[in-house]
Write a protein of this length. Structure first.
Lengths: 464, 464
């Protein structure tokens, strides 16, 4: 079953309405209004909703985090059917630099096959295909063949700050048998890319303090520098040539790929190293001199250690010669974690490492931690989703063991104990998080048909 | 001979006039006006002047660097006498942060024994004592006992950009037999501190580039990071525990202290490590676990390697979690050099080091270089200056082989081939380069008497 052309037109208009309502979580802009608009659109499309709320802090300082939208449609003909849950988010990234946008980021401007605007793909575009797919089934058949739930949160772009609390507080509402994660990509050859998991994350800040103020650098002859201390400490944790993390026990929980996973990787289309290097103007060997399948394996399965930022001393532009010994030196490090690694345990290993190497004068702050999540390839939901994607996109699906990125997938999966897959219809180069984000209208339509097909399959499967 | 109390009053008023004329070289503010005011004050004090100018660039882009003021008074009774040259500068450091000043930085506000304002000590206060000393001798004796020259430049605080060109162009004017450098300190016990030299400087920028833009750090699994590369490269050049620079050949030209210099160091008052650590809130061992005389030796004679700045990735405050792999990583390093080290040669050694260690992807830029300068302790001018200082300050003088800081002293010394000593009357904790800079009025008076005494001794010595 497919959406009608009238429904496709409405989909474009609804996405434009959503884009025109800014909802920037990092700046607390428009979140309540956007949530209200989504509730309205869901109601118009026959989906019942509730706005869940949790509080933050106490007393007069109590803040109100953006609400979580819960949506639900029960199957009339089959009320005891299995339940599929769609996870999405209504918040978006900031839009700066505004000057680089060819159309205003909140215009929803349509130009031939593209709708431009912040959130067009991530994640308002994906969300609208899921709402319209349900609505189209309701309109064309008067029912849905399985139970359907929606979770639409408003803090995904800032680390899903309160998501865990929502999951704890409203746990009983979220019971389901399978989860469709917020996104999925379609590559330049129109092949759907399906991710069976996401990496975890440990995000820390490392701070070294020295003299109480920046001092004249002539005193470097006798005063230890926090900038040097930071360089020396960081140097001990990572070998940037091989890509190996040198912290004792770091890889203890990491498991080798199974033979099934290795087969999956080698069956994927080749990694286009030349295209990749050209895109980012890279003139060096890649990490560990990896090539071919090794690159795909690293993206799906290698823990990483990345310096997100480092700073000390004066950093103003054009400030000329300024010879100070800095008072403070800082770095933020993001470690991507793979299945079975626990952020809190890895953090303890990092702290122990610095102590063992004599860096007891360094302060380390745990900023954010997320576990990795992986649904095994053997889970029948994987077959169901990939067959559905291949039937609607009419292309061989590319199945990744894990996205190279991180997200709160593990929170939801651990809370509801269900398989979770990321598949959708965002064009791979749709500029998400950057300027000139857009969604391809042809893919939005195919993506909606994919969700309809998936729901139909899900309603009739006996394998899950 | 001493200044009269009327002359002392005039000195304070002249210094206030100078402070009230801003002259910030890094912002090109008020330099011409300040030079004109100094010329006026010098004329009023009986010193003849010339404004020297060099041009910079060509055609319409030709910039006009601030003028160099040349001043001269010839001895009438002894025209073939030796010549003493005073080097000073009329430009000052910026005044930010303005909010921290208790009096406006260009107010010249007098509060009991202090004159507040940018330049009060560095270097307008020192300059005025030298002008008034000459004027007082002229007034009281109708003559000066030796020939006197002044060089007053306007770019000292920005690295004396055109000083070398002035020295080449007007070389013949600057002939002299001894040089008094711009500054000299007086410690908390009113002891004059005399420096026989300054360290040199090599200031470089190290840049590593990676992907053409900041990219999502999930790609750290395969993309080499310029931030890591910079950390790894810097790590190889310096051992921050011992304070030793690990670049091959770095110390080749460095000579041990002579037994005479060692005696000089051990005869200095002890380095007050406790006071020093309290002042900067240092809770660590000093570099190389040095203490006692070793600290004095390091300040006077150790080459240093200091990270003035390091930066990569996002560094905005409160920007929360931002996991990027930076496109570029930068550091500026200042190396203090000691006698006989040549900045250009050390730069080549640094470049060779990075190549030998496999960092051929790193770009290094030579930003500024200055050689060290040292007048030997045995030079008779040292005895003359220190005896004069002890006679006027009525305290034992502290003689340093070299200041721990750097300046263009070597340019002038090499151009005119004369001994050069830094001695003056700035209170050691007078907040130079910082907010609430001030000069002590009692020290300005004693400092003027010191210069008068020095000129008298210089006019009658037969040893130089």
């Amino acid at each position: 079953m497919n959406i009608t052309s009238e429904e496709a037109d409405n989909l474009v208009q609804d996405l434009q309405r959503l884009i025109r309502q800014p909802s920037i979580s990092s700046k607390k802009i428009g979140l309540e209004k956007c949530a209200a608009l989504i509730v309205k659109i869901m109601h118009q499309n026959g989906i019942s909703t509730r706005l869940f709320r949790v509080n933050d802090g106490v007393g007069v300082n109590r803040a109100q985090p953006p609400p979580l939208i819960f949506g639900e449609v029960k199957s009339k003909s089959n009320p005891s059917a299995k339940t599929i849950l769609f996870y999405n988010h209504y918040d978006v990234q900031p839009v700066e630099p505004l000057s680089k946008w060819i159309h205003h980021p909140f215009s929803g401007k349509v130009e031939s096959n593209r709708i431009f605007g912040r959130g067009a793909s991530d994640d308002k575009g994906e969300l609208i295909t899921r709402i319209v797919a349900v609505a189209s089934l309701l309109r064309q058949t008067g029912d849905v063949p399985c139970n359907i739930k929606f979770i639409i949160e408003g803090e995904e772009e800032i680390g899903s700050t309160h998501f865990k609390r929502y999951l704890e507080r409203f746990h009983d509402f979220f019971k389901c048998d399978a989860i469709m994660w917020e996104f999925g990509y379609v590559d330049t050859k129109n092949r759907p890319i399906i991710n069976l998991g996401m990496k975890g994350l440990l995000y820390v800040e490392v701070i070294v303090t020295g003299p109480s103020t920046d001092i004249h650098s002539s005193l470097a002859a006798i005063v230890p520098s926090p900038a040097w201390r930071l360089v020396k400490a960081l140097n001990t944790i990572f070998d940037d040539r091989s890509g190996k993390i040198s912290i004792r026990g770091w890889y203890s929980e990491v498991q080798d790929f199974t033979s099934e996973e290795l087969l999956l990787i080698s069956n994927q289309p080749p990694f286009d190293e030349i295209e990749f290097k050209e895109k980012y103007n890279l003139r060096k060997h890649l990490v560990g001199d990896r090539s071919g399948n090794e690159l795909k394996k690293a993206l799906a399965g290698s823990p990483t250690c990345n310096i997100s930022s480092i700073s000390a001393g004066h950093a103003e532009k054009n400030s000329g010669i300024k010879t100070v010994l800095p008072s403070i030196a800082k770095a933020t490090i993001d470690f991507r974690l793979v299945a079975n690694m626990v952020p809190e345990i890895q953090f303890e290993r990092l702290k122990r490492h610095f102590l063992e190497f004599g860096f007891n004068d360094i302060s380390i702050r745990f900023i954010h931690g997320l576990s990795a999540s992986r649904t095994p390839f053997a889970n029948p939901f994987v077959k169901l989703v990939s067959e559905s994607a291949e039937a609607t996109f009419r292309q061989r699906a590319i199945i990744n063991i894990s996205s190279a990125g991180s997200g709160p997938m593990s929170l939801l999966v651990n809370a509801v104990k269900a398989p979770c897959i990321a598949a959708g219809c965002s064009y791979l180069y749709s500029n998400i998080h950057s300027y000139n984000e857009f969604a391809r209208i042809d893919l939005l339509k195919v993506g909606t048909n994919f969700i309809m097909d998936l729901i139909e399959r899900f309603g009739s499967t006996t394998e899950l």
